[in-house]
Design a protein around this ligand. Sequence first.
Ligand SMILES: Cc1cc2nc3c(=O)[nH]c(=O)nc-3n(C[C@H](O)[C@H](O)[C@H](O)COP(=O)(O)OP(=O)(O)OC[C@H]3O[C@@H](n4cnc5c(N)ncnc54)[C@H](O)[C@@H]3O)c2cc1C
Length: 386
Amino acid sequence: MTPVDLLDLDSLLDDEERQIRSVVRRLVDDRVRPHVADWYERGHVPARELAREFGRLGLLGMHLTGYGCAGSTAVAYGLACLELEAGDSGVRSLVSVQGSLAMYAIWRYGSEEQKQRWLPAMATGEAIGCFGLTEPDHGSDPASMATRARRDGDDWLLHGGKMWITNAPVADVAVIWARAEEGVRGFAVPLDSPGVSVREIRRKMSLRASLTGEIALDDVRLPADALLPGAAGLKAPLSCLTEARHGIVWGALGAARDCLETTLAYAGTRTQFGRPLAGFQLTQAKLADMAVEWQKGFLLALHLGRLADAGKLRPEQVSVGKLNNVREALAIARQCRTILGANGVSGEYPIMRHANNLESVLTYEGTSEIHQLVIGQRLTGLNAFA
Ligand SMILES: Cc1cc2nc3c(=O)[nH]c(=O)nc-3n(C[C@H](O)[C@H](O)[C@H](O)COP(=O)(O)OP(=O)(O)OC[C@H]3O[C@@H](n4cnc5c(N)ncnc54)[C@H](O)[C@@H]3O)c2cc1C
């Protein structure tokens, strides 16, 4: 239980869920917290090393079954995301992209041979995966993607480029989505294939403890068995995004909790006008409003997680969670920043790092506007995307 758990929402978790959460929290305390400010400042993270440690704990592809994956519940996976993101959104992104995007795509749509080749190595962190949907000119509207796949004898030729791809600079395999004659198809592309080049995107002001890259595909020749046979049409990558968004619904709460806990501690000891900041009514109003939003966000995440575990979670429900929890987490981070005054902008405290990270989280896996459109379509029956 944390100080922000006013409603004792902990009591809604079972012992195993609480235990998984404690294990991940300890890992984050030991391996992430002491170093993350430095990683963030340098714009670098020891991704391979972390992936192996996360793999040892069974956090990679944690909610998948077989092939060395832990087969945990969606709620347990969500709690792990929350704890990882309490460390840093970039570190949680490493795990989300690996498990919910790259591994999930292969697990759900791959051939048995592809699963055997990639999933056990990805579950231990020996192999790192990434997921290439976004392109330089096509973000929110992936249906108009320009990357092409065409058959050449038994082979496939891939041509185009993917942009803003998490883990790409360190990845061994990319799940690449491309338009073929029959529609959008997915491919498991080893990143050492001739014709593939990866450029790291530097100078990000957000998610700096995460590696992001651009992938250029210059007539990359792939054998027939690189195609993910089960993935036909855009609904395949969109189903992977639904998986990852569920993790984000939880993860964003972790960043917000870290901001809140830091702020409570700070406001309790920092004195102005002869009393601690926490003793001012205006500060308490801010703290109360933030704690209320955090609790509501947790209830929402838990409800969606339980729906996922019952096999009933629908994409527009995940949109409700992603829209609300990331928006509120960002609002909490910004409000906490005000309570720390000048120290709020310092890298000595985690607040500004979380706030900056959440700007990316607000944008990736569907922007807030796109989730509003998804929910609006469900409410009205009208498609207002274009
Ligand atoms: C750090 C980071 C990591 C990422 N990792 C990955 C990854 O691993 N794999 C991957 O494939 N992608 C990744 N992305 C890309 C991300 O998913 C896209 O940035 C996102 O989908 C938005 O696309 P865009 O940036 O091209 O913005 P655009 O689509 O150009 O949108 C710009 C603005 O216009 C708004 N907009 C667009 N269409 C509409 C509409 N119909 N109505 C109203 N408003 C609209 C958007 O909401 C947004 O506010 C990552 C991005 C970041 C920042």
